[in-house]
Write a protein that binds this ligand. Sequence first.
Ligand code: ASP
Length: 414
Amino acid sequence: MTKPPRSGAYRFLAVILAAFLLGLLAGYLVSSFAPKETASATASWLKALGDVFVRLIRIVIPLLILFTIAAATSSIASARKLGRILAWMLILYIGTSILAATWGVLGGVFFKPGEGIGLQVPKDYKPPTPPSGVDLLLSFFQPDFSNLLTVSGSMTMIIFAILLGVAAVLMGEPGRRVASGLSLLSSLMVKFVSVVMYYAPVAVFSYSAWLMISYGPAMLGAYARFLGVQYGFTLMHFFIVYSIIVYVGGLNPLKYFKAQLTPFLVAFTTRSSAVTLPFNMEAARKMGIPDEVFEITLPVGATVNMDGTALYQALSALFIAQLFGISLTPGQLGMAIMAAVIGSVATAAIPGGGTIMLAYVLSVLGLPLEGVGIMLVVDPLADAVRTAVNASGDNACTVLISRLTGYRLNPPQV
Ligand code: ASP
């Protein structure tokens, strides 16, 4: 699996953490003391340095998903065991997302972050056309193989990889050779990622400095209340719900949080669950989760399980209704939860994916689609925490899935 650079996991974590904090500090200094034009030019370069990392990882993500899932599926000889993993995975992923969306609605109802703010819709903003139910269903089944090679084709790639693994199992003896070939290719992809990981600290530094320069002022502005409620509830979900889940799964929550810190920071800065996937896998290994479980649940989770996004989309819907002075009935609040869960499943694991899919949630509730433009203003800040929790939720659920499907955790390495 992906090895952190040289002297072990602690050193890598320390480097990532230092890069994050130094980035925030550098961003703060540039935005406070540099002339405006210099600051914005610096911000563009910093973002580009981070984008290099994200693009390198995005190249390998479709192949990583294909080979890890197909290898893991084909190595689980018992169809019953595989079925149980998939069933528990769906139950936990959907269950935690419903809970998260409920926090979003409660946050909106009790704290009313949108009341009395009165934002202007950006002039050049054109509302996107929200996808229909039919569009959503068909988006899970892309028509051409070439579409599977993009991050937005991940869902179809997952389905393809699972079926490929099942086909290998059904082939019997020759299928075993296929399975070992797939497992070799999966190791190759993981190795590729571990090479690119040497660049991760640069990306984390660049992105956090860029965030600070470009969005620091928004933390003090009119959006502060929204962000305060969003961060508060999202982190509560992270600390309380995931502690309970991993505890029930038989792992000390402190070990979970320790192992999860690196993926958390990588997700926070890159704002992409897909890019965080290799880091999540490394953390799973450290927690002692068996490979054959996390190699299925984590790639699927990166694509479909987004608690942070579900919470954000539900809260945003209420926020926008409040901005426009529209009151929602209790029935509509229930619909907000449902729509946010579906919206989060359909959200692509890329920066800003959740705000694009917010159009779907707003359209289900009949709210003005201009809301998407309003949320775009602070999206990188809102995206940072939701992505960090999206990725962390996959590992928390995976701990419990292991237990529920009869696997034992290996001794944790954290
Ligand atoms: N950026 C998020 C992710 O990759 C998706 C979102 O925008 O909500 O998990």
